[in-house]
Design a protein around this ligand. Structure first.
Ligand code: URA
Length: 208
């Protein structure tokens, strides 16, 4: 299927420019991540199934609609946490799991160190990670979700590198990817170019 959507909207472009700027302070960076996640959430939820429910307004009884599938957010620690609030603003009933990986120094492969996910029967998991760089962590996180029987997984990120998109779709062609920007590539340290630096450090103010 290989679905990739790079958002195109003047407000997104403007916010991405501010996010990338190295002078942007932590509080503004966090707010921008949250705001950009609202746009990602809108795009990644356009096809959600609806079910009908009866609602009584102050005037009459009518048939209204509500989101049918269970929604689970799965931020990849730690930078993915910065996207949770934006998702919850629009989908407040979502459950939130957490996925943590570190990179093994010898094999350079991602190793899971913390996983806490609610059980999901026929729900949708939105995997949140601001930076899709080499794609190694995303592939490992998606494999983990699939091992738990989750069929509908959508990957939401702010900046994607072509290498990351390619790697995810080589292993998981069914996973839809949504990003607010597609960048040129990666440098020798695995950072996205031009990117925005270390997203976790910038969200949590741990840059020296
Ligand atoms: N993780 C980040 O935080 N930034 C990058 O550029 C790549 C991976």
């Amino acid at each position: 299927m290989n679905y990739v959507q790079i958002l195109s909207h003047p407000l997104v472009e403007d916010k991405m420019g501010r996010l990338r700027d190295h002078v942007t302070q932590t509080s503004d960076f966090r707010r921008l991540v949250e705001e950009l996640t609202l746009f990602l959430c809108m795009e990644a939820t356009t096809d959600l199934a609806l079910e009908e429910k009866t609602v009584t307004t102050p005037v009459a009884t009518t048939i209204a609609k509500q989101i049918a599938p269970e929604i689970v957010l799965a931020p990849v620690l730690r930078a993915g946490l910065g996207m949770v609030e934006g998702m919850l603003r629009l989908v407040p009933s979502a459950k939130v799991g957490h996925i943590g990986f570190y990179r093994d120094e010898k094999t350079l492969m991602p190793v899971e160190y913390y996983v806490n996910l609610p059980s999901v029967q026929r729900g949708i998991v939105f995997l949140l990670d601001p930076m899709l760089a080499t794609g190694g962590t995303a592939v490992a996180a998606i494999s983990l979700l699939k091992q738990r029987g989750i069929a509908d997984i959508r990957l939401l990120c702010l900046v994607a590198a072509p290498q990351g998109i390619q790697k995810v779709h080589a292993q998981h062609p069914d996973v839809k990817i949504f990003a607010t920007a597609l960048d040129e590539g990666l440098n020798d340290n695995g950072y996205i170019v031009p990117g925005l630096g270390d997203a976790g450090d910038r969200i949590f103010g741990t840059l020296d």
